[in-house]
Design a protein around this ligand. Structure first.
Ligand code: MN
Length: 184
């Protein structure tokens, strides 16, 4: 799902989100935007081929290995979108507040194109909040389903947490760029 889908969904005279373009180069930026749309979710974005591959993680990431979090694959976003923090007007596509919850770099293990195709992506995150090894695994879809459902999972490593330990989403709820809360 490409940038044109992204641009068609938005009215750029109404929303302050960046329109963006396909960038050159081989960057590996990573960002998670906390998005209070109709339902709060966390948008995970991984840079690949000048675009941000994107998944809407409905309950947000968990540091507990084996704790599966549903991640709906959504359209690619432009790299400029990574720095967007603010409010999309109500009634517009994705209306609600967007916060930059985490950012940094990601490091795929193996060929990420192959991983995306086969529906299993292993990677390292070097963010300010999320670090260590993670997996994205595509679930078998029912015929006729347009949106792909994936699962986001933490691997067992020194960055993982035991069940019952503090939830990173509650422990570190603020923006990594501005230190603001969602209401601010
Ligand atoms: Mn979103």
């Amino acid at each position: 799902m490409g940038l044109q889908v992204n641009q068609k969904k938005r009215k750029f005279d109404v929303t302050s989100e960046p329109r963006g373009h396909v960038a050159r180069g081989k960057g590996n930026r990573y960002v998670i935007q906390k998005h209070a749309a109709r339902r709060l979710h966390y948008d995970l974005r991984l840079e690949l081929d000048g675009m941000m591959k994107s998944w809407a993680v409905t309950r947000g990431p968990s540091l507990v290995p084996g704790e599966k979090r549903l991640a709906m694959h959504v359209e690619d976003h432009p790299i400029e979108y990574n720095s967007f923090e603010g409010t999309i007007p109500q009634g517009e596509y994705g209306g609600g507040t967007v916060m930059i919850w985490d950012r940094g770099r990601w490091y795929p293990e193996g060929d990420p194109h192959r991983g995306l195709q086969k529906g299993h992506l292993d990677f390292m995150l070097e963010g300010e909040k999320l670090r260590g090894r993670w997996h994205l695994v595509r679930m078998r879809g029912r015929p006729g389903e347009t949106k792909e459902a994936w699962l986001l999972l933490k691997s067992k490593d020194e960055e993982a947490r035991e069940p019952g330990n503090p939830d990173i989403l509650e422990e570190k709820p603020l923006s990594v760029t501005t230190g603001r809360s969602m209401t601010e």
